[in-house]
Design a protein. Structure first.
Length: 201
């Protein structure tokens, strides 16, 4: 009888979907910081920054972070998380310098290719989605490049604000405001002493 019950239990467990098994949730720590562009929420995994969010309401920002990482356990970070948030806020005041924080970049292979290309754009320089598509060897994937930029969870750290449409306008799909992006670009150009310019392919 025991053997029969044991076999039934085994078969039942074998048919369970993977998410029915107990797993330890990934812990993501977060901290708030104030910036001249508004409050920001900076979140990190054990590997590095995973998300930067803008907004005025702390609870709404945390809810947005949970939607980005539904399987994660969100934890209010300590001194290290607060330091990282402060570093991001400082970077936004002086965006011409390099943000020296580790990034935990998550996405599809195509998205990562786009974001890595965006990371090579110098501060104060603006290029188009089409130019990024050429950079990654996919000249016909202009729309997909735009979608990848709109899915960027690491605003500012991965500077998708430096990528615009062919007519020079900024996409409304970006996870943070066009006004904030414009201010940041102006700061970058002021820091570099340059005027707005686009690269040519």
């Amino acid at each position: 009888m025991r053997t029969s019950e044991s076999n039934q239990d085994f078969r039942a467990r074998r048919n369970l979907a993977p998410w029915h098994y107990t797993r330890r949730k990934e812990e993501i720590q977060h901290a708030m910081a104030k910036s001249s562009l508004g409050p920001i929420l900076v979140a990190s995994s054990t590997k590095g920054l995973v998300s930067i969010l803008f907004g005025n309401d702390r609870e709404q920002l945390i809810a947005a972070l949970q939607r980005r990482f539904p399987q994660a356990q969100l934890v209010v970070g300590g001194s290290k998380a607060k330091h990282r948030a402060a570093q991001v806020a400082l970077f936004m005041e002086k965006p011409g310098r390099r943000l020296r924080l580790p990034l935990d970049i998550r996405g599809t292979e195509f998205q990562k290719k786009v974001w890595n290309a965006v990371l090579t754009i110098p501060a104060g320089q603006v290029i188009t989605y089409a130019e990024v598509a050429h950079k990654i060897g996919a000249p016909k994937a202009v729309r997909a490049v735009g979608n990848a930029c709109s899915m960027n969870k690491l605003s500012v750290a991965i500077p998708c604000h430096r990528v615009v449409r062919g007519n020079g306008s900024r996409s409304e799909k970006c996870p943070w405001g066009t006004g904030q992006r414009g201010i940041l670009i102006e700061r970058e150009m002021s820091a570099g002493g340059s005027s707005p310019r686009k690269t040519r392919t």
